[in-house]
Design a protein around this ligand. Structure first.
Ligand code: 2BA
Length: 110
């Protein structure tokens, strides 16, 4: 068995969750946030049989979209204004999804 962690953009999380549920895949949804953008995203925890991992990845891929996002980037001004900072926007590509697949040693429901 595998434990999958899928980090999804909040805008895609509903579509991903619906598609997984429709296909009989159980999920646990966690509210998370990225260290870089410091914006909210959604992490799905999915425990699945090894042979379903590729199918799950395909479902996640089909419902997660790449997006361009602007983030403020701080830079110091010239020496005459030493100590002063300005910020200018930098474009980053976010998504579709970041997925980690790990082995499960033991799985119990008690
Ligand atoms: P964030 O950390 O907020 O990152 C959002 C997006 O910013 C990333 O999109 C990436 O395009 C960009 N980015 C991140 N760190 C950067 C850096 N040091 N320099 C330039 N650009 C940078 P994604 O790669 O699609 O990641 C989306 C979210 O997935 C991340 O949000 C984070 O929450 C998670 N994530 C991605 N890679 C991870 C990893 N190796 N470990 C843990 N979480 C990860």
């Amino acid at each position: 068995m595998k434990l999958m962690f899928a980090i999804i953009n909040n805008d895609d999380s509903h579509a991903v969750q619906s598609a997984l549920t429709k296909n009989g895949i159980q999920t646990t949804k966690l509210a998370s946030s990225g260290g870089f953008l410091m914006a909210g995203n959604t992490t799905f925890m999915i425990c699945a049989e090894d042979e379903r991992v590729d199918e799950i990845l395909e479902i996640i891929k089909a419902h997660s979209h790449k997006r361009q996002q602007f983030v403020p980037n701080s830079a110091s001004l010239s020496s005459s204004t030493a100590g002063a900072y300005t910020s200018y926007p930098v474009e980053v590509t976010v998504g579709g999804a970041t997925v980690f697949v790990t082995n499960i040693e033991r799985f119990e429901k008690v």
